[in-house]
Design a protein around this ligand. Sequence first.
Ligand SMILES: [Zn+2]
Ligand SMILES: [Zn+2]
Length: 105
Amino acid sequence: MAFQDKNLACAECGNQFVFTASEQEFFASKGYTNEPKRCPSCREARRARDGGSRTQRQFYSATCARCGGVAQVPFQPRGDKPVYCSDCFSLVRAQSGPSGGSGYR
Ligand SMILES: [Zn+2]
Ligand SMILES: [Zn+2]
């Protein structure tokens, strides 16, 4: 089946945008039967908004160097520093004093 470029109206801003033949083919290959409701720029803006809150605070899972439990840390563990879970981190920090290098952030 041949696809043809199609003009659609964006549900968000009302602008006309082209639902191109190749996009239609892509949609069809994915099994989508509905047409896009938003123009590319509104889709982009929407994705940026959604992604913004999701990537705001990324946590990584690591193994706590003290208790061996799962530690959730706000940075990518590099292996050159011990990683602690939040419980152990406060214990370790209390032991090493306020001036001891934390490496937590
Ligand atoms: Zn739009
Ligand atoms: Zn721990």
